[in-house]
Ligand binder design. Sequence first.
Ligand code: FES
Length: 119
Amino acid sequence: MAEDRWIEVGCLDDIPCRGARKVRMPDGDTVAVFRTADDEIFALIDRCPHKSGPLSEGIVQGRAVACPLHGWVIDLASGEAEAPDVGCTRSVPVRRAGDRIQLAVISAEPAGSLHWEAA
Ligand code: FES
C-alpha cells in the first residue's frame, strides 16, 4: 500500500497572514495552502465545492475560508461547506517542520520537488 511522503514546499512567511499560496501537485491538482491569523496551516484542493471557485483567493476567517465567487464558507480542516450550503472539497495533509511547510504526496506518484506557483 502506498504511503505518504512529506515534500517541502516553502516556509510559513511565504504565505500571507489570512491568505494562501498555491502548489501544483504531481497529479495535476492545485492545492491551496492557507495560513490563519494564529499561524495554523491547512491545505485544500483549490476548488470550491459550489462551482469550482478558487478558494486560494478567498479571505481566511478563523479556521474557514470564504470563497471569492459566491461567498460559501469552507471549513479549512474538513473541507466541508458551512450550512446551509452542502459540499466538500478534499483536504490534503500538511504539516510544519519549524517554519518549513510540508505537503503529503502519495509515494507512488513521482513527486520531484514542489514549489509555490507564481503569486
Ligand atoms: S464557486 Fe465558491 S461559492 Fe460559488
